[in-house]
Design a protein around this ligand. Sequence first.
Ligand code: 5GP
Ligand code: MG
Length: 175
Amino acid sequence: MCCFPQLKVLITREEIGKAVTRLASEIRRDYQGKRPLLIGVLKGSFVFMADLIRHLDLSLEVDFIKLSSYGAAKETSGKVRVVQPLKTAIKGRDVLVIEDIVDTGITISFLLDYLRKKKPASLKFCSLTDKPSRRQVPISIDYLGFTVPNKFIVGYGLDFNEEFRYLPDICFVED
Ligand code: 5GP
Ligand code: MG
């Protein structure tokens, strides 16, 4: 159930919970004996990342980076900037980037190039959702929760003009 009439539930909290458990077991298997640095892309990934790390059962570190390209718009401007840099040196680290959604791919493509230049030991990418219908830059996602249709989604960390991040289900805004 969603308490806002203009919103429809796309992915329930139960489905999200199952996906988080599955992703955590894939990540745990691949990072055995390592101490990865998980980098959350602010703000959208924070709810997902908070749930994911509590299922990982691994020693790990977290950091956050904030990028900007959208402002208050629904469409990317195509230009990405680092608005809040990392606090952690990533040279030689096993880095796993955590995103809420890949849409055009412009944001994550910029970020992976930016991080690769800092010479991590390894660099992988986990996204809760993927909207492949709008892709402009090819992206390979190592750990993926859900493929979503071409709709603007909110909830579970994802916002519309800073609203709806607190919804426990992933919903879409009806046209
Ligand atoms: P991209 O650069 O791949 O086009 O966009 C990535 C970023 O745009 C995401 O991290 C997210 O912040 C935002 N975004 C793209 N699609 C959606 C969507 O359907 N809902 C929300 N809330 N944000 C989106
Ligand atoms: Mg994001």
